[in-house]
Design a protein around this ligand. Structure first.
Ligand code: ADP
Length: 392
């Protein structure tokens, strides 16, 4: 019998899955259904990297889920799922921890869809599909907002009339599963630093920073939505709201058109006119690609300074996400003008992607820690059904 925990991360056109052993931290199998729709593709592989064959209807999420399940069932003939964990973008103003799915919870999360219309409905569709496929298996939701929910009021609010705060117009912050993982890794491997003032830079296709002390989120660059803060692959990051008024008022753009512009056509892609992918921009060397990188680096430096102010100082910076974990160039560029913050990297360590990349004499420790959002979901699902922490 293979007793296992399944984690699901359902996006607008993708479904990311991992199958964890009941009490282990290394997945038995992982998979990604991408471009769900007429051109959907699904890739599953086991722990050794061997592809797991499966076929199915990839035109919608339910079909993709069925194909994943068929593949896993065929590969692990005695599969017994003990819990399923889901990534859900929005948990609302009060949820600061994972929650087990009930009808009431689903209805509540549905009411939050207007706050995250591009993501929440897909997350909930993933839960419904899993409930239909595995009736009776406990389903657990892990929220990207939960880690940030106990921030001080000044970091939780906008300077808008108070009734807006009451109706939920707040700074929620996202990427919470990633920050939760990094905070846990720091506590495990560098407990003294974990008690200090740490800025985590999650730099991937989506990018944000979080100021953490004692495992608690104090400030986040993302706000009401996942658009705020740092520029991203295709998202704008911080932008003057006056720009949006101009687009509506003078150019007659609709909410849908503006949403498309801010979420899909801005950021590195918009500035470079070339690509949302940092590797492509690093290789391109065109003036526009270099300006896009300059802007990304500069905004990271600015937000690092803001985070240090929010934390009253800084003891460590942790890079994670696809860019943070892999781009020695971007890490070096971000750190290069921050010696006034005690940041000084050792270029050999940085080039070797070592865990600690700061120099021995630097006042601020700079680290690279690969994040693992799936493991945070698996741990939460496991805990929800009363299983012990993994023995590994
Ligand atoms: P997501 O937010 O979608 O999970 P990732 O965390 O996988 O995205 O990050 C994707 C980004 O990481 C892309 O911009 C990609 O170019 C960048 N990246 C991955 N590897 C490298 C590398 N070796 N050098 C520079 N950028 C990299």
């Amino acid at each position: 019998m293979t007793r296992a925990v399944l984690t699901l991360n359902a996006g607008s056109s993708s479904l990311k899955v991992s199958l964890f052993p009941e009490n282990g931290e290394t997945p038995l199998a992982t998979g990604l259904a991408d471009r769900i729709g007429p051109e959907g593709v699904l890739k599953l592989k086991d722990a050794s990297g061997t592809p797991i064959e499966t076929t199915g209807d990839l035109t919608n999420h339910a079909g993709a889920m069925a194909a994943v399940i068929d593949g896993f069932r065929a590969h692990f003939s005695d599969l017994d799922l003990v819990a399923i964990g889901h990534r859900v973008v929005h948990g609302g103003a009060d949820r600061d921890a994972p929650a087990t799915v009930t009808d009431d919870l689903l209805a509540d999360l549905e009411r939050l869809s207007p706050f995250a219309p591009l993501h929440q409905p897909h997350n909930l569709a993933g839960i419904r599909a899993a409930m239909a496929a595995f009736p009776g298996v406990p389903q657990v939701t892990c929220f990207d907002t939960a880690f940030h929910r106990n921030q001080p009021f000044v970091n939780d609010t906008f300077a808008l009339p108070r009734e807006m705060y009451a109706e939920g117009v707040r700074r929620y912050g996202f990427h919470g599963l990633s920050y939760d993982y990094i905070a846990g890794e720091l506590a495990r491997t560098a407990p003294q630093l974990a008690e200090g003032r740490v800025v985590v830079a999650h730099l991937g296709n989506g990018a944000s920073m979080c100021g953490i002390t004692n495992g608690r989120s104090i400030s986040s660059t993302m706000g009401f939505s996942a658009l705020d803060g740092l520029p991203m692959g295709t998202r704008c990051g911080q932008v003057d709201p006056g720009v949006l008024l101009y687009l509506m008022d003078q150019k007659g753009m609709t909410a849908t058109e503006i949403s498309d512009l801010l979420y899909k056509k801005s950021g590195l892609l918009g500035l470079s006119g070339l690509s949302n992918d940092m590797r492509t921009l690093e290789a391109a060397g065109t003036p526009e690609a270099m300006q896009a990188i300059d802007y990304f680096v500069f905004r990271c430096q600015r937000e690092l300074g803001a985070m240090a102010a929010a934390l009253s100082g800084i003891d460590a910076v942790v890079f994670c996400g696809g860019i943070g974990e892999n781009s020695r160039l971007i890490r070096a560029r971000i750190c290069e003008r921050l010696d006034w913050m005690g940041i000084e990297i050792d270029h050999a360590r940085n080039a070797a992607n070592e865990r600690v990349i700061s120099s021995d004499i630097a006042r601020t420790t700079v680290m690279v820690i690969p994040t693992n959002e799936e493991l945070v979901i698996a741990r939460a699902a496991r805990a929800a059904v009363g299983l012990q922490e993994a023995a590994e």
